[in-house]
Design a protein. Structure first.
Length: 340
């Protein structure tokens, strides 16, 4: 760990990096990019539902279920960007985009935003990062030691269960949103209740109106499960398998964000598929940086870290999942050893 005596110098490091990013013009908003991006998403989504209506009661609809899983992911990425004020400078305009996109996919934007902000403030912190507080998984040996019963068994073999569990992620997001909106405290709660109720009513009506009951149920399962896998595969590479932090750590902001994050190499198709989350390091250092500027910020940040001897983690898409699974398997090892 870094000594507390070095913190003033370290804090000046982030200020210097921020100046470089600002001087490169990377903090300016990209209104045209987001206008085109959102417009194309809506056109593709609407076109998908037109095709759904014309195709009728057919098992070929399962291909459209996969298409809608991708579209839900793309809408979620826009909501993520809005939550970080990447689209507009003012919070109100970004929140409007966020609430609408949350309604389109059936999740509470307010619930997600609160959790995600806590994650950004405490990435990979064993106690304070809500993304590490997942009952079905253990991300540290300490978490695994506190598991009991069936959850303890799951932690033993969590590397094998990881991808199957992602099939439930979409349904979990819906359930968590409904649960959160049952209680006061979520911002714009009444509006979100109407958005979610409208989403589920329109979605279920359309599916069961066009498809037979069996086909409709299978369509919903394929759609929601693939969306869950897509979301999990997009967010997990950024931090899972990276160092975790505990209470009283002495890392400054820059090192805390860089050392707990991992980038995924790739071209424009990886940028599209992961919604810019493949630049996790740059995103965590500058959350308001518009998505199309992350690629340009990446070499600046990497070189800055190289000059200061700060580890900068980056690997290919498939390799990052290998790191995730290896980490989960290692965390479960003490539990497996205890039963021998």
């Amino acid at each position: 760990m870094t000594s507390t005596e070095a913190l003033p110098t370290q804090n000046s490091d982030y200020a210097e990096l921020s100046r470089e990013i600002r001087q490169a013009g990377l903090l300016r908003r990209r209104y045209g990019y987001y206008a085109v991006k959102i417009g194309l998403n809506i056109l593709a989504f609407a076109g998908g539902w037109v095709a759904f209506a014309f195709l009728g009661d057919s098992w070929w609809q399962l291909f459209l279920a996969a298409f809608f899983a991708v579209m839900f992911g793309q809408f979620a990425f826009i909501g993520h960007d809005a939550g970080h004020k990447q689209i507009f400078r003012k919070r109100q305009a970004n929140d409007l985009i966020g609430y609408v996109h949350g309604g389109l996919v059936g999740i509470s934007y307010g619930m997600w935003l609160g959790q995600h902000n806590r994650h950004h403030a405490n990435p990979n912190h064993e106690q304070d990062d809500p993304d590490l507080d997942i009952p079905a998984l253990a991300f540290t040996v300490g978490q695994g030691g506190h598991k009991r019963g069936f959850l303890r068994w799951m932690a033993k073999y969590q590397a094998f269960l990881f991808f199957p569990l992602l099939l439930l992620e979409g349904l979990s997001l819906h359930a968590s949103s409904v649960q959160a909106l049952r209680h006061p405290g979520v911002k714009a709660r009444r509006g979100e209740i109407l958005l979610l109720a409208g989403h589920f009513a329109l979605y279920l009506t359309a599916v069961f109106l066009v498809l037979s009951p069996l086909t409709a149920v299978v369509f919903i399962l394929v759609h929601q499960c693939l969306w869950g896998v897509y979301m999990g595969c997009s967010f997990a590479p950024g931090h899972k398998g990276m160092p975790t932090l505990a209470e009283r750590h002495t890392l400054d902001f820059l090192r805390k964000q860089v050392l707990t994050s991992r980038n995924v190499r790739g071209g424009i198709w990886v940028d599209f598929a992961l919604g810019g989350l493949n630049y996790q390091i740059e995103h965590h250092l500058f959350p308001t940086l518009p998505r199309p500027h992350l690629r340009r910020a990446q070499p600046i940040v990497r070189e800055f870290c190289r000059q200061r001897g700060i580890d900068y983690a980056q690997c290919g898409w498939l390799r990052t999942y290998g790191y995730v699974l290896e980490h989960l398997h290692a965390v479960g090892a003490p539990l497996r050893a205890a039963t021998r």
